[in-house]
Design a protein around this ligand. Structure first.
Ligand SMILES: NC(=O)c1ccc[n+]([C@@H]2O[C@H](COP(=O)([O-])OP(=O)(O)OC[C@H]3O[C@@H](n4cnc5c(N)ncnc54)[C@H](O)[C@@H]3O)[C@@H](O)[C@H]2O)c1
Length: 297
């Protein structure tokens, strides 16, 4: 299917790495994807990401960024499993993927370690292999630290940090045994800033834990051929953020972003597909901002 695309015949510094489509991200997100033939006619050379027939699991893949990641990996040829606590939505999303089926939906609350192990066992029984795991499930609470309670931290950290840890542990055993695998954790730029535009200190702290986990696991798993990387997205409009994104907040954020827009779920999905691919075989322990340059400001 689609691939990293290098525009032919340009200076190296002008070359654009593109997934799926030559359009800009908003057009790509909302618009139709070009066929491979159309992209070739437009002067793009396909570079195979090597994801065909790889088995991928996306936690929290039923909606939002996770659904975009699932779609992108499926377009790249992966057999994608949607693992989500909303099982009905997971089934609908899995069935709507290219070559998808609701049979590749699994009920999963990432915060429940035993349930996570069982869900990964179910996938392994069905597929006999596990190549890519994207730890994407997350929750946001917005309040000032002084107004937050121990229960708020429990709720945020159980999903955002313990949940990622549970899934990394469950994924690591078959991957280490196979001597290969790709884990991509979805952190946030709020990890670097102790919160952010709409996320608060609790959220940022949980995401900082994801970054530390990613670095440590990259070191521990590297000798066995398993890479562990993270994506640090800036704010994207999804169910998680919609309520906080008033016109005023959106304008304030966009004015601070050097590339002058919010992230889209497909911006994040493209970065995940790259890190999950053979093209990223010497990259581990990286935390890749997908933020339009926001961290530079
Ligand atoms: N939206 C943003 O602006 C933004 C920015 C930076 C990072 N992120 C991160 O990206 C990830 C996805 O965010 P989103 O905006 O798509 O969120 P979303 O709320 O739109 O979707 C989250 C999905 O995760 C599932 N989920 C929630 N808790 C779960 C649990 N305990 N177990 C299993 N599934 C669970 C939900 O059912 C849903 O399908 C999160 O980790 C989030 O922190 C989002």
């Amino acid at each position: 299917m689609a691939h990293l695309l290098l525009r032919a015949g340009r200076e190296p510094r002008q070359r654009g790495l593109r997934l799926h489509d030559a359009g800009d991200a908003p057009a790509r997100h909302g618009g139709r994807r070009r066929s491979r033939r159309a992209r070739r006619r437009a002067g793009f050379l396909g570079v195979d990401l090597g994801l065909k027939d790889r088995v991928a699991v996306v936690t929290g893949g039923a909606a939002g960024i996770g659904a975009a990641i699932a779609e992108t990996l499926a377009l790249e040829g992966c057999r994608v499993w949607i693992a989500d606590r909303d099982f009905d939505a997971a089934g609908r999303t899995a069935a709507a993927l290219p070559d998808g089926t609701s049979d590749r939906a699994v009920r999963l609350d990432v915060a429940e370690a035993v349930g996570v192990e069982e869900a990964f066992q179910e996938i392994l029984r069905a597929e006999k292999r596990l190549d890519v795991v994207v730890c994407n499930a997350g929750v946001l609470r917005t309040q000032s630290f002084v107004e937050s309670s121990a229960a708020d931290w429990e709720a945020v950290s159980a999903v955002n940090l313990t949940g990622v840890l549970n899934c990394c542990r469950a994924a690591s055993r078959p991957m280490l045994a196979a001597g290969r695998g790709r884990i991509v954790n979805i952190a946030s730029i709020s990890a670097a800033r102790g919160g952010g535009s709409v996320g608060n200190v609790l959220y940022g702290t949980s995401k900082a834990g994801v970054v530390a986990l990613t670095l440590g696991l990259a070191r521990e798993f590297g000798p066995s051929g398993v890479t562990v990387n993270a994506i640090a997205p800036a704010i994207a409009e999804t169910a998680m953020t919609r309520e906080s994104l008033t016109e005023e907040t959106r304008a304030r954020i966009v004015a601070r972003v050097p590339l002058r827009r919010l992230a889209t779920p497909s911006d994040i999905a493209d970065a995940v597909a790259f890190l999950a691919s053979d093209r990223a075989s010497f990259i581990t322990g990286a935390v890749l901002p997908v933020d339009g340059g926001l961290l530079t400001t």
